[in-house]
Ligand binder design. Structure first.
Ligand code: ADP
Length: 442
């Protein structure tokens, strides 16, 4: 095999490996880079267990009659009023008697803050034993939720928290004194059954976070169900998910009996406010040259450039740096925290160009970027156009979206075919751009 095609094959394998098990990393990344709520214009959909009972929703945190220490914690976090999903979810979760809840909304809509507040409200700090269990898909996600508990519970120091995660080894025979236990399903299950550090019969609130990520990991689903089976009948069960495919839904129903259900639709993305172009080239060198011409012709405040493989991304970042651009590179071999740091620097404008692999940046929102360049078009593992990724990368949510510019690089018959299929799929014209004559794009 020629060196180049061999390297290409290795790159393909890497790309495939990156996309597996990426859900948890993606979710963590979004948490690390997000420091406020996403804007939503959609209304929540509510399905009550008992449709005749009145539906409460609150417009302020005061209405919830929280403990003063918790209200103080909420305000100290800079929250002025409940988010859209919190308006309905919080009164349900804090009602007496406790109600079960399944809630779905995209990441960044305030789910974590909501169930953390519910857990903190329901524990009795005088009782020195676990009363709330919260399971997360990974160690890192558990730590993130733990941080929120610590922030919100800052003025309520009597409530203690412990992590049920691998590596946290306790002495046999001991009983936990902390009121809240947060961890991964395997360790949580061991602590409840094998080691009996936790008495599951005393649990009042059970939270299952990121259900969609959870079920993507082999074994987590069964472990979660086994934990749930050990809990008392009157334990409040809460389940959260960013997406809601059929598999998530059937899992949710096994975990949460008689639920209230809250759903908040994702903001629709649209290509209406985007000018889409393509550039015809013959090689990656030509694509790079076209890119330079574009940079020479128009003022680009910040751009994101997507490549199919790490190798191309690394090469392109090097070439652009040599041209004098301040370039940030996002690549699959980086730790999630490193990736978050790169994105934050870019978001703060410290670098003007972000070069990334297709899979690495899936699901990342960098809202202010007005120019997106597909150095390679997004394709799925079978080489078919990945329309969803294309839309997410380029599309804007209607009401908040600024106008944007998308440039697609085409370098073969195959990629031309992909471009045509993307164009047909969205039924939106992608215009040809002549990079030797760039008057038209500004
Ligand atoms: P999710 O769990 O749905 O991803 P989070 O609870 O993590 O959402 O909230 C997303 C971001 O918004 C976090 O930075 C969080 O601190 C912030 N946030 C949550 N609720 C509110 C609120 N009511 N007001 C302002 N910011 C909030």
């Amino acid at each position: 095999m020629a060196t180049d095609s061999w390297a290409q094959a290795v790159d393909e394998q890497e790309a495939a490996a990156e996309s597996v098990n990426d859900k948890a990393a993606q979710s963590l990344l979004n948490k690390l880079i997000r420091n406020n709520l996403v804007n939503t214009t959609n209304q929540v959909e509510v399905l009550q267990k008992d449709p005749n009972s009145p539906l409460y929703s609150v417009k302020s945190f005061e209405e919830l009659r929280l403990k003063p220490q918790l209200l103080q914690g909420v305000y100290a976090m800079g929250f002025n009023r409940p988010s859209k999903i919190q308006e309905t979810a919080l009164p349900m979760m804090l009602a007496e008697p406790p109600q079960n809840l399944i809630a779905q909304s995209q990441s960044g809509t305030g789910k974590t803050a909501a169930f953390v507040l519910a857990m903190l409200s329901h524990v009795d700090p005088n009782n020195k034993y676990p009363q709330c269990l919260c399971v997360s898909p990974t160690y890192e996600l558990a730590l993130q939720t733990g941080k929120v508990i610590e922030q919100m519970g800052k003025y309520y120091p009597e409530v203690k928290l412990v992590y049920a995660i691998r590596g946290n080894k306790l002495q046999r025979g001991m009983k936990l004194q902390e009121q809240i236990v947060i961890g991964t399903p395997g360790t949580m299950l061991d602590w409840c059954s094998k080691f009996k550090f936790i008495d599951p019969k005393k649990i009042k609130v059970f939270v299952l976070d990121e259900a969609d990520v959870m079920i993507a990991t082999q074994g987590h689903q069964d472990q979660s169900i086994r934990i749930q089976r050990m809990l008392p009948k009157n334990c409040q069960m809460l389940l959260f998910s960013a997406t809601f495919e059929e598999t998530v839904w059937s899992f949710a129903q096994r975990i949460v009996p008689d639920p209230n259900i809250i759903k908040l639709k994702r903001e629709e993305e649209t290509l209406d406010t985007i000018k889409q172009y393509f550039v015809l080239c013959n090689s990656k060198e030509e694509k790079f040259q076209a890119l330079c011409n574009i940079y020479g012709a128009i003022t680009i405040a910040q751009a994101m450039i997507f490549c199919h493989t790490r190798r191309t991304a690394g090469w392109l970042a090097g070439e652009l740096s040599r041209e004098g651009h301040q370039v940030a590179l996002l690549s699959g071999e980086m730790q999630v925290e490193q990736r978050a740091a790169v994105i934050e620097r870019f978001r703060d404008g410290k670098e003007k160009v972000l070069v990334t692999t297709n899979v690495c940046a899936r699901g990342i929102d960098v809202e202010q970027v007005s120019v997106v360049i597909n150095f390679d078009l997004p394709v799925d593992k079978d080489g078919n156009p990945d329309n969803e990724t294309y839309l997410h990368r380029i599309g804007r949510t209607g009401r908040f979206g600024k106008r944007g510019l998308a440039i697609n690089m085409v370098d073969s018959k195959m990629s031309m075919n992909i471009l045509n299929r993307i164009q047909d799929h969205f039924n939106k014209k992608i215009e040809r751009l002549d990079t030797d004559d760039l008057d038209e794009i500004e």
